[in-house]
Design a protein around this ligand. Structure first.
Ligand code: MSP
Length: 655
């Protein structure tokens, strides 16, 4: 078996309508990992697809006067179009309506039945149609679905059940022996506590009240529960049930399966049980990422904030979207998205950071040496420092990518871009152009190499841009774009750079925000944006004058909740700020507070504090802060974080 194989999957997307920017996160992160592994010489299988059965899809089709398959055919075309726009390099797109998949799902169902693991009984429960999930009364939130908040329906019917309960010991043992199966640790603990610790419940795996699904092979009145149908896609795509075929033998078990946190429990309870019951090994890791949010809510069509990501990619390029999602996106916590944050990252990192570096360097090589790269002369300490930084990059990125930390990998690359820009400031090539052409040639050579190495690694993240950079550098030799050569080389003299067009054009953030938030982006309700990065005197400013009276409705706009401090650490370069990681109910947030003068890092850990949870997020020293910890302040000299005198659950409302 090829040791250098990599099987990575996204969930298959519900073919119930248009995808949102939130959906793109799972796919873009999987794409970056797939591209990176290909660069490293792995034989990669990157799978995505569409989840096409179930009541919701049947109903949506009916609304459009289409048959379910006509409807999903149309939606699937839109999916593929979006993935093409975003440069998603999937190797296979599976549809759960594919004949091969249907056969595989029926084979698996039958096998479980024959093994005595599926039995007939009757089910009474509360069913959420959009989520295709049954809930018990106690799982509901305010009588509604705990996942999407919509009403549930009473459902009672004859059903088949999977004996999940028989696998409790197996799954407990598996989790104990495979501590890295589900990443991150916090999600693993949550899933384990809520769904595994007290034993698995048998699962209703068939329906009779609608017929848009895969028929149960031995009882055609029933269709398979969509989650069973859907999960099987990961193996049917590579040839299951023929476990001896080349594809299956090569790729299974999957190396990384990406899922959002809403669907982790299906992948971390039902999926392992299914596989084990089918005598198959389990995937190596499941990465469960957080949500992209707006105003604290998951970006989603049902919340009314799920705008079409193509608006952003059409206007600012697919790479701008990819870069933002990958660098600022939510691995593993939820992460707010606003147009302003997106546009500011675009201007500061893509236009000013990378774009400027490339255009300044190529322009100087063109002006001073007719575009020809000259060999470096004697290296001084500044050069050596830059070269060391460049040479350390590949290893850093490799380490981050081993655990799919695309965000850290991009930050590392961006640090080298910054180091190159700083090197320009230190070496002042515009002066050298008048005084010392030999030294100038060395400086420009080093910059060229810094850019080439960054572009090589950026191929996994922003492939179009990486190619444009290579065009501008005049790098045509494929080996100079290879992972192996993502290190400083001293043999590239004579390459001829090109002027080419600018990589990214600077934009007027205010004007663009007006356009995007003013309606160019459908369903984007985010009209007012948070203030741009600024130092806040949070919690240390005492106002003497009274504030005007407000009504209870105005006060009611503030959302206050109890948070549990999990971590409290220093913010690099700030003598005022501490970065707190705070658990509020199921959510974990980063909140930066100006309390360092009064609290040591770590001092607040374990304390339950009062948090304003619906403040618009702001960036403080480059860290996105989503909320505010309430404090009592006495002048400039005393500050006390408000805590509780009785223990209440974190996530509880403060009123
Ligand atoms: N069809 C199921 C998956 C079956 S896999 C055997 C499904 N589909 S989905 O279309 O609703 O979601 C697909 C992926 O998009 C999930 O991983 C989900 O978490 C992710 N996201 C949808 N909205 C999201 C955000 N706002 N932010 C980040 N990811 C989110 O679930």
């Amino acid at each position: 078996m090829n040791e250098k194989k990599y099987y990575v999957t996204t969930p298959i997307y519900y073919a119930s309508g248009t995808l949102t920017l939130g959906h793109c996160y799972t796919t873009v992160i999987a794409d970056a990992c797939a591209r990176f592994k290909r660069m490293q010489g792995y034989d990669v299988m990157f799978l995505t697809g569409s989840d096409e059965h179930g009541l919701k899809i049947a109903r949506n089709a009916e609304k459009e006067n289409l048959t379910p398959i006509e409807f999903t055919n149309k939606v699937v075309l839109e999916f593929k179009d979006l993935w093409k726009t975003l440069n998603i390099s999937y190797d296979k797109f599976i549809r759960t309506t594919d004949e091969e998949h249907i056969k595989a799902a029926q084979y698996a169902f039958n096998k479980l039945y024959e093994k005595g693991l599926i039995y007939k009984s009757s089910y009474e429960g509360l069913y959420c149609v959009p989520c295709e999930t049954f809930f018990t009364e106690s799982q509901l939130v305010d009588g509604n679905c705990p996942d999407c908040g919509r009403p549930v329906e009473k459902a009672s019917e004859e059903s088949y059940f999977l004996k999940m309960s028989a696998f409790t010991d197996y799954i407990k043992d598996f989790y104990a022996k495979h501590p890295n199966f589900l990443v991150p640790e916090s999600r693993k603990n949550e899933i384990y506590k809520n769904f595994i610790e007290n034993g698995l419940n048998d699962l209703c795996v068939s329906r009779t009240t609608f017929d848009w699904g895969i028929p149960v092979p031995f009882d055609k009145k029933h269709v398979m529960y969509v989650w069973i149908d859907a999960l099987i896609n990961y193996i049917s795509a590579i040839g299951y049930p023929d476990t001896n075929c080349e594809m299956f033998k090569k790729y299974w078990p999957a190396d990384v399966q990406f899922v959002g946190r809403d669907i982790s429990r299906f992948h971390c309870t039902i999926w392992p049980v299914l596989l084990h019951a089918l005598d198959l090994p389990l995937p190596k890791t499941i990465h469960s990422h957080g949500f992209l949010t707006q105003k604290g809510d998951k970006i989603s069509k049902s919340k009314g904030n799920g705008f079409n990501p193509k608006v952003l990619s059409d206007r600012y390029t697919a790479d701008a979207v990819r870069y933002y999602l990958l660098k600022e996106g939510p691995i593993y916590n939820d992460c707010p998205y606003t147009t302003e944050l997106f546009l500011n990252t675009y201007n500061s990192e893509l236009v000013n950071g990378l774009g400027n570096l490339v255009s300044r360097t190529t322009a100087m090589i063109l002006q001073n040496f007719n575009g020809e790269l000259k060999a470096p002369d004697v290296l001084n300490d500044d050069d050596k420092e830059l070269i060391n930084t460049i040479n350390a990059l590949r290893k850093k990125v490799e380490v981050s990518m081993e655990t799919c930390r695309v965000d850290i990998a991009l930050k590392d690359i961006y640090e080298v871009i910054k180091a190159c820009n700083k090197y320009i400031d230190i070496t002042t090539p515009w002066i050298l152009a008048k005084t010392d052409k030999v030294r100038l040639a060395t400086v420009l050579y080093n910059l060229f190499e810094g850019i080439r190495v960054c572009a090589t690694l950026l191929q996994a993240f922003i492939p179009d841009t990486a190619n444009k950079v290579f065009d501008k550098l005049g790098v045509t030799n494929e080996s100079l774009k290879s992972y192996d050569n993502a290190l400083y080389m001293d043999s590239n003299a004579k390459v001829v750079v090109n002027k080419g067009e600018a990589l990214f054009n600077r934009i007027d953030v205010k004007k663009e925000m007006e356009l995007i938030d003013g309606g160019l982006v459908e369903n984007n309700n985010e009209k007012q944006q948070p203030k741009q990065e600024k130092e806040v005197k949070q919690n240390v400013e005492v106002k003497n004058e009274s504030k005007p009276l407000i009504s209870i409705d105005e006060f009611d706009k503030a959302e206050l909740k109890i948070g549990l401090v999990l971590e409290s650490v220093e913010v690099e370069g700030s003598d005022k700020l501490l970065k707190n990681t705070i658990k509020i109910g199921d959510e974990v947030r980063t909140i930066v507070s100006g309390i360092k003068k009064f609290y040591k890092p770590g001092e607040l850990v374990g304390k339950k504090v009062l948090v304003v949870t619906n403040l618009k997020p702001i960036k403080l020293k480059g860290i996105l802060s989503s909320g505010m910890v309430l404090c009592a302040v006495e002048g400039d000299s005393k500050l006390s974080v408000l805590t509780l005198d009785k223990d209440v659950e974190c996530g509880s409302e403060v009123c």
